[in-house]
Design a protein around this ligand. Structure first.
Ligand SMILES: NC(=O)c1ccc[n+]([C@@H]2O[C@H](COP(=O)([O-])OP(=O)(O)OC[C@H]3O[C@@H](n4cnc5c(N)ncnc54)[C@H](O)[C@@H]3O)[C@@H](O)[C@H]2O)c1
Ligand SMILES: O=C(O)C1=N[C@H](C(=O)O)CCC1
Length: 263
């Protein structure tokens, strides 16, 4: 049995994780942390089958009061680093889905996580998205021109998405760098998007969207489009469950679900 605390329990993702824990036999909810509805029972708030826990607003204090094996964090880019530190100091494992974690942040986590801490950080838990990233990495061996277009709901705080950044990092491993001698004129700043590892990323935010990404390769007389769509947030739950179950098998900090499955 894994005793789990959900951090950001009332958010769009947090609610799905609480429901996942509620319906999974070897998971037990022992804490629900958020900044709203403090003192209320998450069972009543989310109309759960079995799981019950008082909503609290201090992750550190909660970990002192309950016997937790793992924390699952889906909060905000502003608070996630503090949460990872708190959880590591409490000697509890953590699965992090919150995005906005930079390479510098990742290095900081590796510094403060000691040999007993187990940390899984994944910018995307949808298995289809992991495959889209892996296929993109493969395609980059053969096609050197590529741009990323990511589309998310209008509530998303960070841009570009964590998935787009991770995709660019993976593609870059196989890409043959090209000299671009053109002097491009950007008449409107940002028209060509942001750049990560020399790859342009375009971010779209609209109501009606959930999480979508296209990786567009171009070659002489041809294009290749690799697209993934999450049309609801349940799409992420098998990946979250997999990560929680894999905590026992890893050492230290793992970045990306691709490192937990055989591709
Ligand atoms: N890795 C993935 O597969 C994946 C999938 C979807 C979303 N995300 C990321 O997860 C994060 C959350 O997304 P969301 O759509 O659920 O956002 P959301 O805004 O719906 O939820 C965030 C929740 O965190 C709570 N919160 C804020 N500060 C807090 C604190 N100090 N302690 C505890 N809770 C706090 C908020 O009250 C809110 O309920 C974002 O960074 C998003 O990019 C990742
Ligand atoms: O809803 C979000 O926010 C999502 N963020 C992830 C990202 O930044 O890559 C991907 C899944 C949805």
């Amino acid at each position: 049995m894994k005793n789990i605390v959900v951090s950001g329990a009332l958010g769009k993702m947090g609610q799905e994780v609480v429901k996942l824990v509620d319906r999974t036999d070897n998971f037990k909810l022992v804490g629900a942390v958020d900044v709203a509805k403090v003192g209320e029972d998450i069972k009543e708030v989310l109309n759960l089958e079995q799981a019950s826990a008082e909503i609290t607003n201090d992750l550190g204090e909660t970990l002192e009061q309950v016997e937790a094996d793992a924390v699952v964090d889906f909060t905000t880019p502003q608070v996630v680093m503090g949460n990872i530190k708190t959880v590591c100091e409490a000697g509890v494992d953590i699965v992090v889905g919150t995005t906005g974690i930079t390479e510098a942040d990742l290095n900081k986590v590796k510094e403060f996580a000691d040999e007993n801490n187990k940390v899984i950080i994944a910018p995307n838990f949808a298995i289809g998205a992991i495959l889209m990233m892996e296929f993109s990495k493969k395609a980059a061996k053969f096609l050197d021109d590529v741009e990323i277009i990511e589309q998310h709901h209008d509530g998303k705080l960070d841009a570009p998405s964590g998935t787009a950044i991770k995709t660019a990092e993976l593609i870059q491993e196989n890409l043959t760098p090209k000299e671009d001698e053109r002097e491009e004129i950007e008449k409107l700043e940002g028209a060509r998007g942001a750049e990560q590892d020399g790859i342009n990323i375009h971010s779209v935010r609209l109501p009606g969207l959930v999480a979508h990404q296209e990786v567009l390769f171009g070659g002489e007389g041809q294009t290749l489009k690799l697209r993934h769509d999450s049309i609801n947030r349940r799409s992420f739950m098998p990946g979250v469950a997999l990560a929680i179950n894999k905590l026992d098998e890893i050492d230290g900090v793992v970045y990306g679900l691709d490192n937990l499955i055989e591709l």
